[in-house]
Design a binder for this molecule. Structure first.
Ligand code: NOJ
Length: 448
């Protein structure tokens, strides 16, 4: 069972090369040595496309260019080339469910979007909680927006939309992009008859034929680029997405409490249900959720390390969100600095990554850099740091064979599982525990 470590970049908050307070692609490229030292296999960056930033890049105005805040297409080429020299793949974030209302298509090709006369059903916008249908005075009709009103949904029943995205995929695959994370994969296509009910707005079976079509495009390339879905569905529905996606993100795992009784059944169910030719993927943070150091770690770095242990020793793929490797907690963002239109705002998990104790590398950053006590430089100098712990785990995970997962008997509070010849044991409590004669410190994980 193959797998690797994906490192998710939130590009505005990763590394700033020109001192304008916004992270950028040259900044990211300058940190490739760090990422190689850490041992990651893939960089997935949140959107890099031009965008009016109603949803910080998830409202795309041009799918075949780079946001000027982040750099140029040449900068992206340089990133891909630099990453390739270090055997790291670059995956981008495709946002096919909707565009920005500033995308030229919205003016020139209204037929690419979903329209209705009046409010046709009870579908609600995820962000506003109100009707997902916004009146457009140009046509005296309403368009669908599952997210902000500035993000009109594309009509995936339209052949022209499908053709456009085939071209977009090829544009980036031709440049060496080795994969895509697919935004809102579960909500891509909506019921053609616009019937009432959330189940008609999202999770439509017709999405799978679109993924199959993208796989056809991907198969034109060698090695075939990877398609990873943002599949925000319950675990019982996840396997369907594995039919045509290489990876389907497991949100039940990410959103669970860091408790043995919650997480172990999720892992067991995932391993039971995943198709044999597919690989699971685990993560505890991303740019939409409170960081795992806060949510799972609860301020205790030992708990956070236990979470890293789990992510990096389970079979398949693991995603680290930037900062997970240094146990970075959510930033503090005062009301006056909130930028996000979702409620609650997602700014705390998007604050800049501290590289140094002084934080001087971030001059007047777009989101506040409030706490630099956990930073890359200090932790790199300290062999006992969480950063070194993460790096060692990434190194050690290479010894864990490909062949699945099996829960082993263990005492209360201890999670033991077989990975090929090796056994992983993790104490999920804040008291010492025993496993087969060994003492495990609180939250300690061991590969035996
Ligand atoms: C999921 C993305 O991760 C999130 O940041 C965004 O707001 C929505 N999709 C809409 O694109």
């Amino acid at each position: 069972m193959p797998g690797g470590v994906i490192y998710q970049i939130y590009p505005r908050s990763f590394a700033d090369s020109n001192g304008d307070g916004v992270g950028d692609l040259p900044g990211l490229t300058s940190k490739l040595d760090y990422l190689q030292w850490l041992g990651v296999d893939v960089i997935w960056s949140s959107p890099t496309f031009p965008s009016p930033n109603a949803d910080w890049g998830y409202d795309v105005a041009d799918y075949c260019a780079v946001h000027p805040d982040l750099g140029t297409v040449d900068d992206l080429d340089a990133l891909i080339a630099g990453a390739r020299r270090r055997s790291i793949e670059v995956w981008l974030d495709l946002v096919p469910n909707h565009t920005s209302d500033q995308h030229p298509w919205f003016a020139e090709h209204p037929e690419y979007y979903v329209w209705a006369k009046g409010i046709p059903n009870d579908w609600r916008s995820v962000f506003t909680g109100k009707t997902a249908w916004r009146l457009d005075k140009r046509f005296d009709r309403r368009y669908l927006h599952q997210f902000t009103p500035e993000q009109p949904d594309l009509d995936w029943w339209a052949d022209a939309v499908r053709d456009e995205f085939d071209r977009i995929l090829r544009f980036w695959f031709d440049r060496g992009v080795a994969g895509f994370r697919i935004d809102v994969a579960h909500g891509l296509i909506n019921d053609k008859l616009l019937r009432d009910g959330r189940e008609y707005m999202r999770e439509r079976p017709e999405a799978h034929e679109i993924f199959a079509r993208w796989q056809e495009v991907a198969r034109e390339y060698d090695p075939k680029p990877t398609l990873m879905g943002e599949t925000y569905v319950s675990l019982d529905k996840l396997t369907a997405y594995y039919e045509h996606l290489d990876l389907a993100q497991n949100f039940d795992f990410c959103r669970a409490e860091f408790e043995l009784d919650e997480l172990r059944p999720i892992v067991e169910q995932t391993m039971r249900e995943i198709p044999e030719n597919r690989v699971p993927i685990w993560f505890g943070s991303n740019h939409d959720h409170s960081r795992m150091a806060t949510r799972w770690g609860k301020g205790d770095e030992r708990r956070h390390r236990a979470a890293l242990f789990l992510l990096l020793t389970l079979p398949g793929w693991a995603i680290l969100y930037q900062g997970d490797e240094i146990a970075l907690a959510d930033g503090k963002v005062p009301k006056s600095r909130v930028t996000d239109s979702a409620r609650p705002p997602r700014d705390p998990e998007r604050t800049p990554l501290p590289w140094t104790p002084s934080g001087e590398e971030w001059r007047d950053p777009w989101l506040p850099l409030t706490n630099t006590s956990r930073n890359v430089a200090d932790q790199r100098d300290d062999p006992g740091s969480t950063l070194h712990y993460t790096r060692q785990l990434i190194e050690q995970r290479r010894q864990l064979a490909d062949d699945g997962y099996e829960t082993l008997p263990s005492s209360d509070g201890v999670w033991a599982y077989r990975r090929g010849e090796r056994t992983c044991v993790l104490n999920m409590t804040d008291a010492s525990a025993k496993h087969e004669g060994r003492t495990l410190e609180p939250w300690q994980g061991l590969i035996l």
